[in-house]
Design a protein around this ligand. Structure first.
Ligand code: GLN
Length: 387
């Protein structure tokens, strides 16, 4: 890096997703690493984007987002949570959940503020907190079921603690926080007057009888919570980067002040198309879940057949697989071997711990065509015990 690069970059490497995708391309490995669908997004959605471009919806959108999109986000939120939200005052459209998270942290965190982050974490949270001058404080979820030790949460709180970052359904573990767990976290947030920033980008990808619950909808939580989501996962168009933040007006005003000076506005025709996507509503969501349910079952079976111990995820499109039965303990070494020798890419979750903790697992993504997962299965047959 250039010697004149800003000090705030110290310690920031290249994102693990870029690194693994580049390695996968170099070895022509089947990429079950970075989370993105390898299949086409829905035709009705792509048509809507093309129509919006052809209708000349090609100039800046209002900074806060197209009113039609904010209204569609509000309707979707109300349908799922049974709580109403004001699309003019409480919703901001951003360039992906990534920008929503950055804008929220920049808007709310002062230098010296401490922010609680659960590990494994989504990789952008700690750099976002650090760029704001905040101090991340880490709390580990306990495998194999990724349980929260609330005594640890309480012990991590100091007078400087300002916020908790939550992610449910959780990447990379597939954990869906239960209402009971969220209530326990909410009680702590209320007791210590903390903000909660809740990343819910996988809100529509929840399996079996597990239920997604937004912590903002629990009693006395609305005023202190920012809920972040994205259309990328729900509509299989991760490259569109249309995300949003839902928060009470006072917090929304702060987020909007940052957003206007980061991107000002997000891609107009894609916002217009996202309205059509969200309006497809429950029938679309049901179909999506059916597709992902089948892929989840397929990948879980493939990994088990390859000798990896797997607990099926409750949500998201990721599966964590235990590599220790095959004689491995270092996830990065295993992933390098898997890519270069076996021809399948996965993500080493040690990248999602501040201290590189080895959980003994690696993350596979099942947002893939059935034939991609079947091709990976063929390759994984070569995976034997290391001895
Ligand atoms: N969220 C995706 C994942 O977890 C990757 C997004 C990215 O590449 N930044 O794999």
């Amino acid at each position: 890096m250039h010697p004149k690069s800003a000090n705030r970059l110290a310690g920031f490497g290249t994102s693990i997703f870029s690194e693994i995708s580049a390695l996968a391309a170099r070895y022509q490995a089947i990429n079950l690493g970075q989370g993105f669908p390898d299949f086409a997004g829905p035709a009705f959605l792509k048509d809507a984007a093309c129509s919006a471009i052809n209708a000349d919806l090609n100039q800046y959108a209002p900074s806060t987002g197209l009113p039609t999109l904010r209204a569609a986000i509000a309707r979707t939120w109300e349908r799922h949570s049974k709580v109403s939200v004001d699309p003019d005052a409480e919703i901001t459209v951003t360039s992906g959940a990534t920008e929503a998270m950055f804008a929220t942290i920049m808007a709310l965190i002062n230098p010296g503020d401490e922010v609680l982050i659960f590990e494994p974490f989504y990789d952008s949270y700690p750099p976002n907190v650090l760029m704001a001058g905040g101090i991340p404080r880490y709390i580990r979820l306990h495998e194999p079921r990724w349980e929260v030790d609330f005594a640890q949460v309480r012990a991590a709180i100091t007078p400087q603690t300002k916020a908790i970052i939550l992610n449910t359904p959780h990447n990379p573990t597939g954990k869906v926080w239960s209402r009971t767990e969220l209530s326990q976290l909410a009680a702590i947030a209320i007791e210590h007057d903390l903000l909660v920033i809740s990343d819910e980008v996988y809100d529509r990808l929840v399996f079996e009888d597990y239920q997604h619950c937004s912590i903002a909808t629990l009693p006395d939580m609305w005023e202190r919570t920012v809920t972040i989501s994205s259309t990328g996962k729900t509509f299989s168009v991760t490259g569109w980067k249309i995300g949003y933040a839902i928060a009470p007006n006072s917090l929304t005003e702060a987020i909007r002040r940052v957003h206007q000076f980061v991107t000002f506005a997000s891609a107009t025709p894609l916002q217009a198309a996202a309205v059509v996507g969200l309006n497809a509503g429950e029938p679309y969501e049901r179909q999506l879940l059916q597709f992902y349910n089948a892929r989840r079952e397929q990948l879980v079976k493939v990994l088990r057949d390859a000798g990896l111990y797997v607990l099926p995820p409750q949500g998201t499109y990721f599966v964590m697989a235990d590599i220790r039965d095959l004689g491995w303990d270092n996830d990065a070494e295993f992933c390098r071997y898997l890519i270069s020798e076996i021809g399948v890419a996965a993500i080493p979750p040690s990248a999602f711990y501040h201290d590189g903790y080895q959980s003994g697992m690696v993350r596979f993504c099942f947002a893939k065509k059935p034939e991609t997962i079947a091709a990976a299965a063929e390759k994984l047959k070569q995976l034997g015990s290391r001895s």
